[in-house]
Design a protein around this ligand. Sequence first.
Ligand SMILES: Nc1ncnc2c1ncn2[C@@H]1O[C@H](COP(=O)(O)OP(=O)(O)OP(=O)(O)O)[C@@H](O)[C@H]1O
Ligand SMILES: [Mg+2]
Length: 405
Amino acid sequence: MEQLVAAIDIGTTKVCTLIAEAPGEGSVLRIIGVGEKDARGMRKGVVVNVSEAAEAIAASVEEAVRISGVPVDAAYVSVSGTHITSLNSRGVAAIARPDRGVSQEDIDRALQGARAIAIPHNQEVIQAMPRGYSIDGHDGITDPLGMHGHRLEVEAHVITASESAVQNLRDCVLAAKVEPLGPVPDPIAAAKAVLRQSEQEAGVILVDIGGGTTKIAVFADGCALHTSIIAVGGVNITNDICFGLKAPFEVAEQIKIAHGHAIPDKVRPDETVDVTAFGDEMPQLASRRFLAEIIQARVEEIFALVLKEIKHSGYDILLSAGAVLCGGTAQLPGIKEVAREVLQMPVRIGIPTDLEGLTDRIVDPAHATSVGLLRWGLGDMTVPPTEEGKWSDRIKRWFTNILPS
Ligand SMILES: Nc1ncnc2c1ncn2[C@@H]1O[C@H](COP(=O)(O)OP(=O)(O)OP(=O)(O)O)[C@@H](O)[C@H]1O
Ligand SMILES: [Mg+2]
């Protein structure tokens, strides 16, 4: 049966609401509503002004609703920001009825155990994703339901976030008259849209370079192992261009998108770009190669930070499928080559696939998170819709799966 699902990606530079229909998580998604607006009240993935952010969210939701003709009561929302941390933890549960095998309640209790970790004040667990189970010491079990034994153990990837940052995000979405669902860590959502199953099995790193942040998620053996967020992104590149070419931010942004390149050698030395700002009396020209040098320096720095982060995590040796880049900044010409050089691994650009309907604006790396949120949502919507079913009745509510820490 077709399900309806909505998602809001609240980024540093843009808010994107998508509404889709699909029979299930892994199937083709039919996009029936798209609403994209410039973000406001956001800094480095975090809400800094609730009323401004809420206005931008409401405008984006309104547009998607108008286009689709479908009202949105609830939507899956991603959470971002450097406050997000991750760790891997174990939980144990006694199998309540060994004669009947492992029940869903046993699995839930084991997962609750994995979530019960010591975390700093003001942090909370936002997701605990099972990586594998063992029963009476036999590991490698992926689906323990119904299996016999006495002791169930789960290995889980646990992601925590700042309570106040999550609360502010929730308030913004509620102010836009939408019930927020999730929250889904931004890179985990993006991974759902652009990573292939074979890459997740072999070992891969997702690198989502957005406007204010760079998000990382490491996968191996089909599961997430490490998630983290770095406070640098495309806005830093634009700021460098402002400084280097003495241009206002808007002009620098336009020049970056129209003429930017991450490899100076790929640009002819005599090429120029117009940096004339509105109100300038004389036309101002700058060398395009110089522009590329500015961009290259920052892009190299971003990948050096990514490399440091994965080395620090200890999972750098597992990445045989290399890196997949997404986020708006992944559209920069030459970025793949710079990533390959710095990370010393195969690199490809990730674009959301298996979409139909209103796809022209969203089949690009900048929409990995919003499309991935839809896929996450479909996987989460376990209860079938009723005839007149309201979304909020049939999908898990924000935080229902969060235990006090
Ligand atoms: N063709 C392009 N070349 C270079 N940069 C681009 C291009 N298109 C978009 N960008 C940059 O991508 C960034 C926006 O990316 P994205 O939409 O993924 O960010 P976001 O989701 O709003 O922010 P974040 O994920 O960091 O919170 C901007 O800095 C923008 O300048
Ligand atoms: Mg983003």
